[in-house]
Design a protein around this ligand. Sequence first.
Ligand SMILES: [Zn+2]
Length: 431
Amino acid sequence: MKETLSLLPRLRAEYRGVISEAFRFVAGAQLLRPDLWRRFVDQFSVDADADAGWRGEYWGKMMRGACLVYAYSQDAELYRLLCGTVRDMMGRAEPDGRISSYGRAHELEHWDVWCRKYVMLGMEYFLEICREDDLRQEILASVRGQADALMERVGPGKMPITSTSRFWRGLNSSSVLEPIARLAGLTGEKKYREFADHIVSSGGTEVGNIFRLALEDELLPYQYPITKAYEMISCFEGLMEYVRIGGDEKWLTAVVSFADRVLESDFTVIGGCGCTHELFDHSTVRQANTTNGAIQQETCVTVTLMKFLQRVHLLTGEAKYADAFERALYNAYLGALNTEGVIEPSIAKDHPDWVLEALPFDSYSPLTAGTRGNGIGGLKLMRDNHYYGCCACIGAAGIGCVPRMAALRAADGILLNLYIPGELQTETPGG
Ligand SMILES: [Zn+2]
């Protein structure tokens, strides 16, 4: 797979203004808090099956964002915290390598594979910033162990990946494609490539092959049999990684078609998707309806779309993906930063006994007259009476991928997007 653009080598960026403030806010309100890291690792000592929970996603999502933010900030304190929490999480592995927030009796159900995906992915992102060779080796061994434990039960001739969740007909579980493909790339091992083959050939859901639908390019994403936006975009991020490890290049056509159709039919004035809950729903057309509810334009969708657009931009070099990223960044994304520390109103009203603390990101954004900060996506209470949510955990990755979009290397020089005030240092081809 040949990308048109690439990341700048040895990039050091120092931005000013709103982007710099956003980096500082995310680090202070979230990433530099040891209590959050500890609490999210602790979700792996409780069986989440009682409420089909997804608390196990919190750690890996925040780790991915933290690694992207660290690549920019180079904050030594953040690095120290991340090393500690990675070790803490590796310590949760069972003898066969499994790290799961579900008990053995309930594994491979609900959000188990989804949460395991995030542990693997979080660790793989950490490998990109990890400086200690022995820690790198330990992490790689842990990710292999986690993948091996999953492949022990799931794959060709065993349980299909799409049968490992009753939610969204297996779309959530199928997004494990990304860390599996990355692992195949990191190790060069055939068995991981074969498992990735299995996931792609399973088609993303039990009721329709979303990868083939995108390749055929006849339906718009909101017309697919399953329309959960964030999980679906995640599967296409995985499909890109799959081509990177040697998967059929025709899937790049599917990736680009999918991106184009989302932008054409489900991309709003603020750069988000979905006006009906967290679903693709032809929101390009529906966005001005005054009957849309408060649960729309999910921040998980915005951030995942930004990450996806960044990669499609690298692949194609086309400016329209950078434009779409920019619209999402300056509107849906920055608008979702809860810089005023507002506690979501229904929490205070319905759960006065919980530990009331503002989350750093809003989950949903209004598109017509309304107020911010209504509803918490992926809300879960944890054993110590603290709560958190899915969008709050994914948020850091949004600002974290800005430097990977703002300046890139093209064949004939350096390409600038977003026009952020600040300074950049990089190494030219001649050194
Ligand atoms: Zn969310």
